[in-house]
Design a binder for this molecule. Structure first.
Ligand SMILES: [Fe+2]
Ligand SMILES: [Fe+2]
Length: 149
């Protein structure tokens, strides 16, 4: 499945990593991404569409922070590289938001915005899922430790 199909089809349970907060944020991402895509093709006022995008950007910042905290808690070995990728994705999202702010016609930003949303969806599907074995292992380790006490 390519990135385009990923975000068009939305959330699937096999994307779950086993943490309720992060999974809820990932699920919401697909809903919000679709909302932005549809809004860009609609005749909604620009100010309203920018509100969706600002809210999306704020949620992304919170999500990346929460996900990195989780990775730290479970001892995910790829944390440093993952943080760098989050920084790149956040910079691209901020850049796209500024392009939308400055655009006279939002539909001109549709391709760039779609490319961004696809890249974010691919990050969930190909990078974030690598945390899953560690969230599971951390539960087992916690039980083992508790059992030995
Ligand atoms: Fe994520
Ligand atoms: Fe991530």
């Amino acid at each position: 499945m390519n990135g385009n199909a990923l975000w068009q089809f939305g959330w699937k349970d096999d994307l779950a990593i086993g943490d309720a907060t992060i999974d809820a944020q990932h699920r919401a991402f697909f809903t919000e991404a679709e909302q932005i895509r549809v809004a860009l093709m609609s005749d909604e006022p620009k100010a309203r569409i920018l509100e969706y995008c600002a809210s999306f950007l704020a949620a992304l910042r919170v999500h990346f922070h929460d996900e990195e905290q989780l990775m730290g808690r479970v001892g995910f070995p790829g944390l440093r590289d993952h943080q760098l990728e989050h920084s790149r994705l956040l910079a691209q999202t901020e850049e796209t938001y500024h392009e939308l702010e400055q655009a006279t016609c939002l539909i001109d930003c549709l391709l760039g915005t779609r490319a961004l949303l696809e890249r974010l969806a691919e990050h969930i599907a190909h990078d974030d899922v690598n945390i899953r074995p560690y969230t599971g292992e951390s539960d087992v380790r916690a039980c083992d430790t508790a059992g030995r006490r």
